[in-house]
Every structure is written in structure tokens, then in C-alpha cells.
Write a protein that binds this ligand. Structure first.
Ligand code: UDP
Ligand code: MG
Length: 329
């Protein structure tokens, strides 16, 4: 009997500190789940440290390890996409390399798919303890806003850590956009998803690659990718301002008839002009956000370039297919 394969997709960017720990852990979990064959798809997102060298070493000793290495840093979204495209398993997991996504959860995730009949099981962080206050607060605001204005199922604390069936993985891969916002895409494709709550785990080593500004930009692209409401905002504001100006007009006529026309009130006029001007800029800015995304989409640029895969790096000695030996384990 051949076992079903579970592919684990792991984006790695400068993870030389955490990768050995992660590899040891995932090997241990793979041993626990001996009803499945494993395939580890590491995507080196243009790391500048020893990440790629480590991956080559793992590959030499362990035939389950596969890797792709990008020509430069293309970002986590591109790495996820490349990994998903490369994954061949009947089940596909995506998880971070820093052990913030506890590999042991895979066992419960597998049960969710196999025994409970879900299509996808995703991890959800229940606490944001240990995260900077501002960051935790803005993340919470973002998820609340997204829940209101975009009709995709996005859960606060949702991580990009999930196990899905081949069907779901194929659905995600068939989404054609190049500006990818995975959290939205996962929700948008639907399917029956089970949420597994777990406590926040600090990084096993190294530093987070996300600055506050990077996260802010990421959330803007998330909104622009999954909500058309900001575009409608311009028209809504226009209509409101139109009615407001009608009211003011009526008021002015009555005042004129009742009190004559004393020349006063230029201050309020200037205020109104500035107000309307700022609204125009706001709406132009919103248009710009969408326009720039359309510009990027229309260019149809490939989301990444691959410089090396495990097939290139297997080594001249052909010592390629060491079966199931887990060295660092
Ligand atoms: N990552 C990546 N490319 C990037 C930034 C991050 O592949 O440009 C990977 C990183 O190696 C890690 C995962 O994405 O495996 C999550 O990154 P990080 O832990 O820095 O994010 P956080 O957990 O703080 O959200
Ligand atoms: Mg992390």
C-alpha cells in the first residue's frame, strides 16, 4: 500500500538560526504521523545568510527534502505561491520556519481533514501577548475593518499556517492575481475550514522580517485586493456633500431675504473649500491605490524567479535519494 503524501511548504528568508530547530521538529512530527509520507518544500526567498547551504545539506541526507531558491527576495507571498506550485502531496501544509507555527498541530490538523471531513484546517492565535501594543491593536483594527468591508472570511489571529486538501490547494493556485494576499485568498476560495486555537509562541530565533510600515502596506494591499468599498466611498461622499451644499444654499437664501447681505463669513467659506479639497484628494488617493494595483496586474510580471532547485543542487556524486534519514533529529 502506498501512503498518501503530505507536503509541507515553508518560506524561509534569512532563517539560518531557526532552520535547524525547525527541521529537527518537523522530522520528529513526521515520525509521529507514520500513516503519511512526507515531502518538505522549502522556499529560500533570496536569503543572504546560510539558509540555502543548510537546505542543500538537508537534501543530501534526506530524500524528503526539496527546495527552491529565488534569484532575490520576492517576499513571503511569492515564496508561498512557489512552494504551493511545487508541492505534490495529497495534503498540503503551509507554515513558517521560525516555529511560531507549532509543527505538532499538524497531527490535529490531519485528523480534522481525514476524520472530520474538513477541507482545510487552519491555526488561529488566541493571544497576542508579547507583541508590541501598537502592532497588536492595529492588527485587531485591521481584521475588524476587513470583516466589515470585504466579504471574505478572515479571522483575527489567523496565521498562514494551515493544512489543506489537494482540492483546496488547486483552488488557491487557480487564483490568477500576481498581487497575492494569501489571508484573503484562503478565505475567498471558501471550502469547509476548521479553526484550531493555540497560544502565541515566540520566535525560536532570529528576528521578524516585518516592520510596522511593511505591515501597514501589506494591510492596504489586502484591503484593495478584497474590497471595492473604498472605491464607492468617493461617490458616497459626493452625494453627501451635494445634499449638504443644497441645505447651505437654502439657508443662505433665507438669510438673504430676512437679513439682507452683510459681507461676512469668509472664514467659513475657506473652511468649506479646504474640506471639499481634502475630500477630493482622499478620493483621488483611493483611486490611485486601485490604479497602481491594476498597473501591476496588467504588466503580468512573474511573481518570482527560481535560481536553483534540489535537482540542480543534488550534487555530482548523485547521493540524492537517501530515504527517510533524519540527521538533526
Ligand atoms: N519570509 C519570507 N520572505 C520575506 C519575509 C518573510 O519568506 O520576505 C518568511 C520567513 O522566513 C518566515 C515567514 O515568512 O518563515 C514569516 O516571517 P516572520 O516570522 O518574520 O513573520 P511574523 O511571524 O513575525 O509574522
Ligand atoms: Mg514568525
Amino acid at each position: 500500500m502506498t501512503l498518501d503524501t503530505l507536503s509541507v511548504v515553508v518560506p524561509c528568508y534569512n532563517e539560518e538560526d531557526t532552520l535547524p530547530l525547525f527541521y529537527a521538529e518537523i522530522c520528529r512530527v513526521a515520525q509521529r504521523m507514520d500513516d503519511l509520507a512526507f515531502e518538505f518544500v522549502f522556499v529560500d526567498d533570496g536569503s543572504a545568510d546560510r539558509t540555502l547551504a543548510l537546505l542543500r545539506d538537508y537534501r543530501k541526507a534526506d530524500g524528503r527534502v526539496r527546495y527552491l531558491s529565488f534569484s532575490r527576495n520576492f517576499g513571503k507571498e511569492a515564496a508561498l505561491l512557489a512552494g504551493l506550485r511545487a508541492a505534490r502531496g495529497r495534503f498540503v501544509a503551509v507554515m513558517d520556519a521560525d516555529l511560531q507555527d507549532p509543527p505538532d498541530l499538524l497531527v490535529a490538523m490531519r485528523d480534522g481533514l481525514v476524520k472530520e471531513g474538513y477541507d482545510c484546517v487552519a491555526a488561529r492565535r488566541v493571544s497576542r501577548a508579547g507583541e508590541p501594543k501598537l502592532r497588536a491593536l492595529s492588527a485587531r483594527l485591521f481584521y475588524r475593518l476587513m470583516g466589515r468591508i470585504a466579504r471574505v472570511d478572515m479571522v483575527d489571529g489567523a496565521r498562514d499556517f494551515r493544512l489543506m486538501t489537494r482540492r483546496v490547494a488547486d483552488a488557491i493556485l487557480s487564483m490568477p492575481e500576481t498581487n497575492r494576499f494569501s489571508k484573503g485568498i484562503f478565505g475567498w476560495v471558501g471550502f469547509k475550514t476548521k479553526w484550531l486555537p493555540y497560544e502565541h509562541v515566540p520566535r525560536a530565533g532570529g528576528d521578524t522580517k516585518w516592520s510596522f510600515f511593511k505591515l501597514f502596506q501589506y494591510s492596504l494591499s489586502g484591503i484593495a485586493a478584497f474590497s471595492q468599498l473604498p472605491l464607492a466611498l468617493a461617490s458616497i461622499l459626493g452625494v453627501l456633500l451635494f445634499f449638504a451644499s443644497l441645505l447651505i444654499l437654502v439657508f443662505l437664501i433665507i438669510r438673504r431675504l430676512a437679513f439682507g447681505d452683510p459681507v461676512s463669513g469668509w472664514a467659513s467659506t475657506v473652511c468649506i473649500i479646504i474640506f471639499i479639497g481634502s475630500m477630493q484628494f482622499l478620493c483621488l488617493g483611493i483611486m490611485g491605490q486601485y490604479l497602481s494595483r491594476m498597473y501591476l496586474e496588467v504588466k503580468r510580471r512573474p511573481p518570482y524567479f527560481i535560481r536553483e532547485t534540489e535537482e540542480d543542487g543534488a550534487g555530482a556524486d548523485g547521493s540524492d535519494a537517501g530515504e527517510d534519514t533524519c540527521q538533526n533529529g
